[in-house]
Write a protein that binds this ligand. Structure first.
Ligand code: ATP
Length: 432
């Protein structure tokens, strides 16, 4: 039986759908055998209803008592969901993993659209009714979209994937006057030195633990959610890194198999075909040079051979990535990756395919070896010593101090689903 859940948490009130999965991994053990690791599936990162990383979860269990399992799951979702937030609309789906071929195919297409496209609650309802899928919805049930997408991946296989080991913190022991436990605070006690040490020992088998260039710890969140820290990487990398980290007491920890760091959201396309709210891989040449606008955002424009044009932006939170972008020149040929919103590509990474020669002008050199001086406005150049003259300045080639290779935003600005260059081969400049 596949159990998939989404949309239980709230930015202001905390909670986390992965934490429900973590608790269920414990509670369900006595009802059967848990198959594989739980899945943490990141969906389209451009969805406005998302709390943080637009994640949904799926657990697979071999059980003889599906009704008991369903009861435990729904109690947990009911107990943990932050219903007072209008943006929290949980959805739960139960599937048999021997689903017929047409259901498999429909779910496969649905998962792909949930990762790359924008769906409506009605799309989820249609799929549920067409195949008579067992489900439970709370409030408007928008979470059914993510739950169906995660179930579809559990059913059809995840393909490229990475791992995240998430450690959860305990609830404060102090209770209020009514005996209720106080909510989790935003502060967490994690020894930063041990985190940096664990990164040094395990990078590149782990990534996005720290951001060296920006002197930031990336793996510790700052909200009211139960996550203490999350280490991303290969299965052996995250397990080893975890053993080095010292922190406040951990309530539990769970290893998720995930499509994080895979670029599953990116669609290969052309500039003219782009639509807002989707993420693309586009080719183009720089036609307007980078300029930095108010707020520190750096923008340039590209065009493809069809004549379609689009702005590309490295926003302020992408920090040192903007320094690379500012080195681009008109004529450079690029591949750009990122989401399109309001006619602008929000850059996640770029590949420089071809760098044009860039020149500056200088006073010409005389046959005597000295540089000539200007002879006055519009009067060319003259050598002070030999009196030789010239009308044309020299063109000096400027060295481009960037390479034809891949560049990316730093870890502090990375989206969960974006593939870090440390996972890629060839000419890459991992941005940390
Ligand atoms: P967390 O990662 O902390 O669990 P979140 O960032 O995943 O939070 P959710 O609370 O799950 O955010 O809210 C995202 C909502 O958007 C869910 O209801 C989900 O079903 C829905 N959703 C996900 N993908 C799409 C999509 N492609 N089109 C439309 N809605 C989507």
């Amino acid at each position: 039986m596949i159990i998939a859940i989404d949309d239980t948490d709230s930015q202001s009130e905390g909670g986390c759908t992965t934490y429900i999965a973590a608790v269920l991994m414990d509670k369900l053990q006595k009802y059967g055998d848990l198959v594989d690791y739980p899945l943490l599936i990141r969906l389209n990162p451009n969805i406005r209803y998302k709390t943080r990383g637009n994640g949904a979860i799926a657990i697979t269990i071999a059980t003889d008592d599906p009704d008991a399992v369903k009861g435990i799951v729904l109690d947990e979702v009911r107990g943990q969901s932050k219903f007072s937030d209008e943006n929290t609309n949980p959805g739960v789906v139960f599937l048999n993993d021997d689903a017929p071929e047409d259901l498999r195919n429909d779910l496969k297409a649905f998962s792909r659209r949930a990762i790359q496209d924008i769906l409506e609650i009605a799309d989820a309802e249609r799929l549920i009714h067409r195949h008579n899928i067992d489900f439970c919805r709370f409030k408007n049930g928008r979470g059914l979209i993510g739950a169906l997408a995660a179930a579809g991946i559990a059913l059809n296989g995840i393909g490229d994937h990475t791992f995240e080991l998430i450690a959860y913190r305990r609830l404060p022991s102090a209770s209020n006057a009514h005996g209720a436990r106080a909510p989790r605070a935003r502060e967490r006690e994690v020894d930063c030195r041990s985190i940096r040490d664990s990164d040094l020992r395990t990078y590149p088998r782990t990534w996005d633990t720290v951001d060296i260039a920006n002197r930031t710890i990336v793996c510790v969140p700052h909200g009211r959610d139960p996550v203490l820290f999350g280490i991303r990487g290969t299965i052996d990398g995250v397990t080893e890194a975890f053993s080095y980290i010292r922190s406040e007491p951990i309530e539990r920890s769970v290893l998720f198999r995930t499509n994080q760091g895979t670029d599953m959201h990116l669609i290969r396309s052309t500039i003219g075909q782009t639509e807002s709210g989707r993420s693309y891989i586009l080719k183009g040449a720089v036609i307007d040079p980078p300029r930095t606008i108010c707020g520190g955002h750096t923008i340039f424009r590209i065009a493809d051979p069809d004549g379609s044009e689009i702005d590309c932006a490295a926003f302020e939170p992408t920090k040192n990535f903007r320094e690379i972008i500012r080195k681009l020149a008109v004529g450079d040929q690029l591949v750009v990756c990122g989401s399109v919103r309001n006619g602008t590509v929000h850059l996640e990474k770029i590949r420089i395919v071809h760098l044009v020669e860039v020149y500056k002008t200088a006073n010409p050199i005389c046959t005597c070896g000295r540089r000539m001086k200007s002879a006055g406005a519009g009067q060319g150049y003259r050598c002070k010593r030999c009196k030789e003259t010239s009308d044309t300045p020299d063109r000096l080639s400027i060295e481009r101090d960037i390479d034809c290779s891949w560049y990316e935003v730093p870890p502090c600005a990375r989206r969960h689903i974006a593939k870090p260059l440390v996972r890629c081969h060839g000419d890459v400049h991992p941005g940390r």
